[in-house]
Design a protein around this ligand. Structure first.
Ligand SMILES: [Zn+2]
Length: 298
């Protein structure tokens, strides 16, 4: 009810976006001048270059024809479902006539769940890689096709897990693994891996490298925290998405899972919502492919 009151009008939603996008005041999108006035259509007219800035331009909501209140309800719903939502669930919750719309919105919101310029993990981390996806049982002869290799990096927090980073990688070569580690982990950190050759050069990249297991099979016998995260991810995928996900869309699910996992201790649900909106105004909308049913299970 508090949510409904707070965002009862399109105007209130817009004001909230302005506040999160320009916490230090509105600036012209073209010349960054702070000298703007608001037009009757809700745009910001720059007194220097006469460019008109929209609060929606360059955000997740760019070019949307829908009422912002509906977008806000979608974000509220997405952040309030403890384990996640499916497009069908969102369609029902919002009373959308069209499955495709719900699906597209969900993809856009998932893209916003990766924080732009997010910081890297520090301290001690476990880095390993796992196969996600793969042939559905009962469909013989698919071989390794459809399996997707994912780099899983988990922060060591006492006996537990701190934050995580998940990222699809093309193969388990040193090049791919080093790129994943560099994107996710601050140099100077301790990186624990198994004995796989792909991790051998981490010291030269400025990491302290600990081989905690000599075995080196790609995608198997995972390090303990990585193993737990992979098991949780697979269970989550099965529970929320019935496990049906094509490799092409795996990125979005990895992002959503990471967003939820890294904020799993946030008790205040409003904070999750705040973060999502904050990130949504920083992430440009990207063209979406059409929804397709998948043949791949975790
Ligand atoms: Zn300007």
């Amino acid at each position: 009810m508090e949510f409904e009151r707070r965002f009862a009008t399109e105007e209130a939603c817009r004001a909230y976006l302005v506040q999160l996008r320009w916490p230090d005041g509105i600036r012209c999108l073209r010349c960054t001048s702070p000298s703007v006035w608001r037009t009757a259509r809700g745009l910001y007219h720059c007194t220097f270059c006469h460019f008109q800035t929209s609060v929606l331009a360059g955000t997740t909501f760019q070019d949307t024809k829908a009422d912002l209140r509906l977008w806000f309800r979608a974000m509220w719903y997405v952040t309030n479902q403890k384990s996640g939502v499916s497009a069908l669930g969102l369609q029902r919750a919002l009373g959308l006539g069209c499955y495709q719309t719900a699906w597209t919105w969900l993809q856009k919101l998932r893209a916003a769940m990766v924080r732009p310029g997010r910081d890297r993990l520090t301290g001690v981390v476990e880095a390993d890689e796992a196969y996600l996806g793969g042939p559905r049982p009962g469909l013989p002869g698919r071989g390794a096709a459809g399996k997707t290799l994912v780099s899983v990096i988990t922060q060591v927090d006492g006996r537990g897990i701190g934050r995580i980073r998940l990222r699809r990688i093309p193969d388990a070569s040193a090049r791919s693994l080093e790129r994943a580690v560099r994107a996710a982990v601050e140099p100077g950190s301790v990186v624990r891996t198994d004995g796989w050759s792909g991790y051998r050069q981490l010291e030269t990249l400025g990491y302290r490298h600990e081989v905690v297991r000599e075995e080196a099979e790609v995608g198997q016998h995972l390090l303990p925290r990585v193993n737990r995260v992979v098991a949780l991810f697979k269970r989550w995928l099965l529970g929320v998405h019935q496990g049906a996900v094509t490799p092409a869309y795996l990125d979005a699910y990895l992002d959503e899972f990471t967003f939820r996992f890294n904020r799993r201790t946030s008790r205040w649900r409003g904070k999750l919502f705040y973060r999502l909106v904050q990130q949504a105004v920083q992430v440009p909308s990207r063209p979406q492919r059409t929804a397709r049913r998948a043949v791949v299970t975790p």
